[in-house]
Design a protein around this ligand. Sequence first.
Ligand code: CDP
Length: 220
Amino acid sequence: MNQLLAPVIAIDGPSASGKGTVAQLVADLLGYHYLDSGALYRIVALAALRKNISWQDETALAELSRHLCIEFKDGEILLNAQIVTEDVRTEEISRGASEVAIHPQVRLALVDLQRNFRALPGLVADGRDMASVIFPDAATKIFLTASAEVRAERRYKQLMAKGIHANLSDILQDLQARDARDQQRLVAPLQQSAGAILLDTSQLTIAQAVDTILSQHEAK
Ligand code: CDP
């Protein structure tokens, strides 16, 4: 069977909406492959920082993005064969990812890389433009969101659990700045695309969100 026929579940949504956790669980339960597209923008931001390339320098960033050696292996993220799983999750790199992601040439440079994740028996892809740009023919499209306050609280708890000191109102402000940058950019802005089902997880557990997506996908 052609790899292109592998079904895709596209899960888009704002920062800290729980996309990553939910998408990974859906992929595990179905035995599908998983694409964390945000990790790619995070890697671009990290690689640029290490090479002294400005997050504003679109041409240099695009060139860098075309030549990245990225692997996802055993739950780890590798850049040029080095584990960078923790390095790409810092608050600095979170901000950098949303800054490099505004550049059309950077987004274009990452399109084929993302589409190459599509393979049988299927793919769960999470990000901002999975349903609109990367996999417009996705079998199931979900727009996963939650109120900014709930998302800030989730991020706060995550950081505290890791022993990282954080301030809830700073986190909320940072999330809102990132939401604005993601929604207002000219290319592939964060939005609920046509045909996507809105799933607000403010009052849902992870298990309930996963079940909802599985039943939507089974209904197809
Ligand atoms: O974990 P969180 O949802 O905060 O971020 P992420 O999904 O890892 O994505 C990091 C940044 O990459 C986001 O703030 C977006 O600006 C950008 N991104 C994007 O533009 N398009 C995607 N498909 C995925 C992420």
